[in-house]
Design a protein around this ligand. Structure first.
Ligand code: F6R
Length: 242
């Protein structure tokens, strides 16, 4: 695992965007694994700029997102599909039919989960997966638990995740209690992983992620078993984990 400490959020975002640019320029049909939340917004802003200046072409790129809330559809401003449209897809030259987000409105969620995994396998896997990390160590919505699940699956959200994500809603009671999420096994199949973490509330879990110990109580620690992971953090976390 490689650790990179950048001065601030902008520098972290630039590094991740440059890495994605390199991958797409090398393989125009690249499969990008994308995340939502506050962390990747800066990366998406950089990618939009690069696309405008013709430094990256998304016309043949495919994207797969990590997760979606159950019960929220693409027109719901809180859905992750809406987030992706508004923070990236509407501003780049990507073919919308090549962007995949789990369907939180699917009638048969189990089938939707299977189809999502099959889709990723058909695409021959993810070239680079962008990850944020929850302050409880979750990646995607793989929450701390005794058992972690390999494939895409329905999951309940922990109180701490509901609380953390309530900042995007009018109140915590409006945050959906469950989500469809890519599983750890699927994430680990990505050829390259970039995990970004910023802010002191992530310091403890990042420290565990770098500890050499693996525990399902901090799902991100599984990433230590992957052969190409770069953890990109800011100086604030850097100081706290020394
Ligand atoms: C989002 C996702 C989550 C977030 C994590 C951090 O698609 O899968 O795991 O990456 O909750 O969220 P932020 O970046 O908002 O701190």
């Amino acid at each position: 695992m490689k650790l990179v400490i950048k001065k601030d959020y902008d520098e972290m975002s630039k590094l991740a965007a440059e890495t994605i640019k390199g991958i797409v320029n090398n393989k125009p049909t690249a499969i990008l694994g994308l995340a939502t939340g506050s962390t990747p917004i800066g990366v998406y802003k950089e990618l939009i700029k690069m696309n405008k200046s013709n430094d990256i072409d998304f016309s043949k790129v495919t994207t797969v997102n990590l997760d979606e809330y159950i019960g929220l559809g693409e027109n719901d401003p809180q859905s992750y599909r809406y987030f992706m449209n508004k923070n990236l897809f509407e501003y780049i030259n990507i073919n919308k039919s090549n962007t995949f987000v789990p369907n939180g409105l699917a009638e048969n969620i189990e089938q939707e989960a299977k189809n999502y995994d099959n889709k990723i396998d058909e695409l021959d896997g993810i070239d680079v997966q962008i990850l944020g990390i929850g302050s409880n160590g979750h990646i995607a919505f793989n929450e701390p638990s005794d058992v972690l699940i390999a494939g895409t699956h329905l999951t309940g959200l922990t109180e701490s995740t509901i609380e953390a994500n309530s900042r995007f809603f009018d109140s915590a009671s409006e945050v959906p209690k469950s989500a469809l999420t890519m599983g750890l096994g699927q994430i680990m199949k990505s050829r390259k992983i970039l995990l970004l973490a910023q802010g002191e509330n992530k310091a403890e879990v990042v420290k565990e992620l770098l500890s050499g110990k693996i525990t399902t109580k901090n799902p991100s620690t599984m990433l230590q078993m992957h052969k190409d992971v770069t953890i990109i953090i800011d100086e604030e976390i850097g100081k706290l984990i020394k």
